[in-house]
Write a protein that binds this ligand. Structure first.
Ligand code: PLP
Length: 394
């Protein structure tokens, strides 16, 4: 199978498996134990913490706390800030966040919090004036993603952090889950207070995440119990997974594959957009403002689900919109927020590349895709609209 669905999850890298294997076999022990086996495990956890801190450009490895996934990191950040600031009932976030933030904020709204939902323009970019206008004295938290999981559009978190600092003293949380390992990040240079990441998006296994908590930021614990993670997140540390995340961060930091992924994505995107008449890009065409591995493309007047099934039969895995929406027929909230017409949003496909993709895989995808789209175009009930599009293209 050709796997072009790396924003959904990634294959665990062989180097990561090798690094975690001893912690599933000969090395065991509870890192909280005082004996030598425990101390060895604890040393492995601290090494991994440094590897994560290094990839994030954090000033201190003590700013990293391990969690079970990106969703936990986001939930902890948001709920932890609200618990610390019981008198502030206002939250600012965006309409295009991942469910881990969006659904939590909707729930908080139902529980009495006021949420300002910032919209995006047709290219998926945030209106910073709307952000300025939304910030208030009683804003407890601003929660914004760095990279959108569906379109790859990047939000300017450096600018956002400055605006937040100028206007109020809200805590600034960034959902960095899709960005980590794909673009350089230096948290010591940006006034971000909290930052979520997830191991399975960067070739570590599922079941491990982390939250960066800037030194001095007050955050109530999410899981209460033992004193693990400096009393911030209880539960016996998942040492093999933590070692895996550390190794995956090291791999991402030292990888020489980043430029190859970018050029394969560019090739795929350019060729689809020039050769297929009903294809249009979702998200800004300015590639500096998008993740280098992601292309979200709508094939107007055909069903994304059908494209997915045909590509799957041809041996290529992609997503129709976000993986999380694959069981519903509603178009994705992100594409809706961007005002993508329904007939285009329904035909949206996300191609997301990773370190294991090769040129021949991209060539193969480009070979099979036009035929699939053609077959679906012939079956589409929108024949007049399609004829007009094809005539304009030729
Ligand atoms: N945030 C973003 C932007 C994501 O893309 C995802 C997963 O797709 C998450 C959070 C949730 O991460 P996890 O699957 O590790 O819970």
């Amino acid at each position: 199978m050709i796997y072009l669905d790396n924003n959904a999850t990634t294959r665990v890298a062989p180097e990561v498996i090798e690094a975690m294997r001893p912690y599933l076999t000969e090395h065991f022990g509870n890192p909280s134990s005082a004996h030598s086996l425990g101390r060895e495990m604890s040393a492995a956890v601290e090494r991994a913490r440094e590897q994560v801190a290094e990839l994030l450009g954090a000033a201190d490895s003590g700013e990293i706390a391990f969690t079970s996934c990106g969703s936990e990191s986001d939930n902890w950040a948001i709920r932890g800030v609200l618990e610390e600031n019981p008198n502030k009932k206002h939250i600012v976030t965006t309409e295009v966040e991942h469910e881990a933030v969006r659904n939590l904020c909707t729930r908080l709204e139902q529980q009495g919090y006021e949420v300002t939902w910032l919209g995006v323009d047709s290219q998926g970019e945030l209106d910073l004036d709307a952000l300025r206008a939304a910030l208030r004295e009683d804003t407890a938290l601003v929660s914004v993603m760095l990279a959108n999981n569906e379109t790859g559009v990047l939000f300017p978190i450096e600018q956002i952090s400055r605006i937040v600092r100028e206007r109020c003293n809200a805590v600034f949380h960034v959902d960095g889950v899709q960005a980590v390992g794909k673009i350089p990040i230096s948290l010591r240079d940006i006034e971000v207070d909290l930052f979520a990441l997830s191991g399975h998006k960067l070739h570590a296994p599922q079941g491990i995440g982390a939250l960066y908590i800037r030194s001095g930021v007050k955050l109530a614990p999410f899981i209460i119990g033992g004193g693990q993670e400096s009393g911030r997140r209880a539960g016996t540390s998942a040492v093999p997974n933590i070692v895996a995340l550390g190794t995956a961060c090291e791999l991402a930091r030292t990888s020489d594959r980043h430029e190859t992924i970018r050029s394969l994505r560019d090739r795929l995107e350019d060729e689809i957009l020039t050769k297929i008449p009903n294809a249009r890009l979702n998200g800004t065409p300015d590639r500096e403002k998008r993740l280098p591995n992601t292309s979200n493309i709508s094939f107007a007047y055909v069903e994304g689900e059908n494209i997915l099934v045909h590509l799957n039969e041809a041996g290529v895995c992609v997503s129709a919109g976000s993986a999380c929406h694959s069981t519903t027929h509603e178009s994705s909230p992100t594409l809706r927020a961007m005002n993508v017409p329904y007939t285009a949003a329904q035909g949206s496909i996300r191609f997301s590349l990773g370190r294991f993709n090769t040129e021949s895989q991209i060539e193969y995808t480009l070979k099979v895709l036009p035929g699939i789209i053609n077959r679906l175009v012939e079956m589409s009930p929108y024949d007049q609209e399609l004829r007009a599009l094809y005539a304009a293209h030729n």
